[in-house]
Design a protein around this ligand. Sequence first.
Ligand SMILES: C[S@@+](CC[C@H](N)C(=O)[O-])C[C@H]1O[C@@H](n2cnc3c(N)ncnc32)[C@H](O)[C@@H]1O
Length: 218
Amino acid sequence: MKLKADARIRAILNEIRCDTLADIGCDHGKVAVGALLENRARKVIAVDISKESLKKCHSLGEKAGVSDRLECRQGDGFAPIKDGEADFAVIAGMGGREIVKIISNSNYTGGLLLVAHQDIEELRKFLSGRYDIHKDFAVSCGDRFYSIIIASPGEGYVYADEELYFGRDFPKTEAFAEMLKAEKEKLERIVKIGCLTEGEAVTKLKEANKLCQRYGIL
Ligand SMILES: C[S@@+](CC[C@H](N)C(=O)[O-])C[C@H]1O[C@@H](n2cnc3c(N)ncnc32)[C@H](O)[C@@H]1O
């Protein structure tokens, strides 16, 4: 079976290389099953708080013929995973605050791949100074951009202010430059319509402008 993966799932799969993967919030199971189909993990423990979501992952695993290496466990965050059981974890498709809560409430110490769909600066603020950041890049998928962060506990990378909002591995990818331009245009509209002179949007716009200037993005 060949897995149908969009650009975001493909980018996530490309970064997985481990023994036992924990896919926290697995839902449809494309990451969990894709990692097994492509032999990116020997075994996957797929976790979801929702029984219905977990069923989707389980049946995709059966369809793909990888059930013998896939364990589906219902629960909150890392709660169904024993200490040391997984060496790499994906937490994708949730808000940054939810991801922070899941990591903070666990004893998990392995590698992390994180994709926050909103409040990403809250996630970066949490990681900053606590986790080594191996990658933080943007991927474009449909009409959206997603930041993919690969981190592990360590001495702690400290994000600069503009990186907290827009990521770090710039300007290595074209997707990152596109994301920055789109975000800047959106912020300019918000600031103009709201006649704002202060607040989160203004701060974020200043940081976006600094980055655009630094990298010659018009
Ligand atoms: C939007 S889906 C993301 C699916 C997949 N990870 C992806 O990125 O495409 C979010 C999933 O996370 C699950 N979820 C939300 N909070 C969770 C938690 N605290 N622990 C485990 N699963 C959770 C939801 O039930 C849902 O299935």
